[in-house]
Ligand binder design. Structure first.
Ligand SMILES: NC(=O)c1ccc[n+]([C@@H]2O[C@H](COP(=O)([O-])OP(=O)(O)OC[C@H]3O[C@@H](n4cnc5c(N)ncnc54)[C@H](OP(=O)(O)O)[C@@H]3O)[C@@H](O)[C@H]2O)c1
Length: 363
């Protein structure tokens, strides 16, 4: 298989898993990062070529990736990494994929659509759990109701965060919540907009959170009103409601943010292999229109990091095989059924009440 693609941030929790999975599928990506020792060690372990460079200067990145046909970026928070790599990819006609879930990073990437089309390369941010399953599900329900004006997405992911995910959450915590109304991203306080949603494994208390789909589902479906909900324990909803103002103020302070991120780096390790292989994720999407028509669908899929690893390598393969160009969401790039190719994912358009009720109380 082709060797000329790169995983940057390969020594991170997710990057390492993706590198191992890619190798197991017969790829030989070049692995890269900014830490010589860590990258060298991983390259030796996986018997892969490696490069070491940081992401401060577009020209240096462009020189490093000049021979690559694709860069897969696993180094986040992407607020600090994505745009430099995108610019280098545009300068060298290199496809760009990443696993961001950051709304502003998606929005920024989409501004490069025209130049990416002109250069014949694809920019596809969000090829992980955030946002492949929800993006594909959003497209699926939107196609069932072309008159849809409102989209609601629910996520119940029974996993633990990795250090990078926790640091990324801290990076954006000072900004507060968001929703999309009339096509515009608007502030929306965290902890107040709550509802019970029905997933494939049962009912969950959820609260509105600023998930990446506020950017991507809008690009994929054009539906102007979007809210994304995450299943969280009731106590967390109460605490979010009471503390969101305080937490937001504290985490908008650069010094506090940096200390919290250092602590996270030392303490948070991410889910272990058993957890990744046994835990599940459940997604829900509903569209409605002005005439009270409605369409909904559900997904049952892999644990979030396991999903990210498998989706990422599949996305790389499809990008290298197809003639994709422009700044695309995953569903626009690979189609709404892409999610069904990932690890036995199941999609339902209606819940089988008999089957579902028999599972209540067992999960
Ligand atoms: N879309 C999804 O579903 C999904 C899934 C998993 C992860 N993620 C996101 O992916 C990112 C990585 O997560 P993780 O758990 O793998 O994190 P991690 O274990 O902390 O690894 C982060 C990696 O990024 C590198 N890095 C960070 N900032 C950098 C910068 N400014 N310049 C160059 N390299 C930089 C780190 O390099 P050093 O080791 O040198 O610091 C490390 O290799 C996070 O933003 C996370 O939210 C998204």
């Amino acid at each position: 298989m082709a060797k000329d693609w790169m995983i940057y941030g390969a020594n991170g929790y997710t990057g390492k898993l993706v590198a191992k999975h890619a190798k197991a599928r017969g790829h030989n990506p070049v692995i890269a990062g900014r830490n010589q020792k860590k990258i060298e060690k991983l390259a030796l372990e996986l018997q892969l070529d490696y490069m070491v460079f940081d992401l401060d200067d577009v020209n240096i990145v462009a020189e490093a990736i000049a021979d690559m046909s694709l860069v897969y970026l696993a180094a986040g928070p992407f607020l600090h990494t994505s745009e430099t790599v995108i610019k280098a990819c545009l300068a060298t006609n290199t496809h760009y994929l990443d696993i961001t879930g950051e709304i502003d990073v998606f929005e920024k990437a989409f501004t490069y659509d025209e130049v990416a089309r002109k250069n014949g390369i694809a920019l596809i941010p969000g090829v992980g759990f955030d946002v492949v399953p929800t993006d594909c599900l959003a497209k699926h329900v939107a196609d069932k109701l072309p008159s849809a004006t409102h989209l609601e997405i629910g996520i119940a992911s029974l996993t633990r965060a990795s250090a990078g995910t926790a640091k990324t959450a801290v990076e954006w915590a000072g900004v507060g919540g968001k929703i999309r109304r009339d096509g515009i991203l608007q502030p929306h306080p965290i902890g107040f907009d709550t509802k019970e949603l029905r997933f494939m494994h049962g009912y969950e208390e959820t609260m509105a959170i600023p998930w990446g789909d506020l950017a991507t589902a809008y690009r994929t479906t054009g539906i102007p009103n979007i809210t994304t909900y995450m299943a969280v324990p009731k106590a967390a909803i109460t605490m979010a409601g009471m503390g969101s103002g305080i937490g937001q103020t504290l985490l908008s302070n650069g010094v506090v943010k940096s200390v919290v991120k250092q602590l996270i780096g030392a303490v948070v390790k991410g889910p272990n292999e058993t957890h990744r292989k046994t835990s599940r994720s459940y997604l829900y999407a509903k569209v409605t229109d002005d005439q009270k028509h409605m369409a909904e669908a559900w997904l049952d899929t892999l644990e979030a990091y396991q999903f990210t690893v498998e989706a990422s390598v599949l996305a790389v393969e499809q990008t290298l095989e197809r003639q994709l160009a422009g700044a695309l969401s995953p569903a626009l790039a690979f189609g709404k059924d892409f999610v069904l190719d990932i690890g036995g994912t199941r999609r339902l358009d209606a819940l089988d009440v008999g089957e579902w009720e028999s599972r209540i109380g067992t999960v």
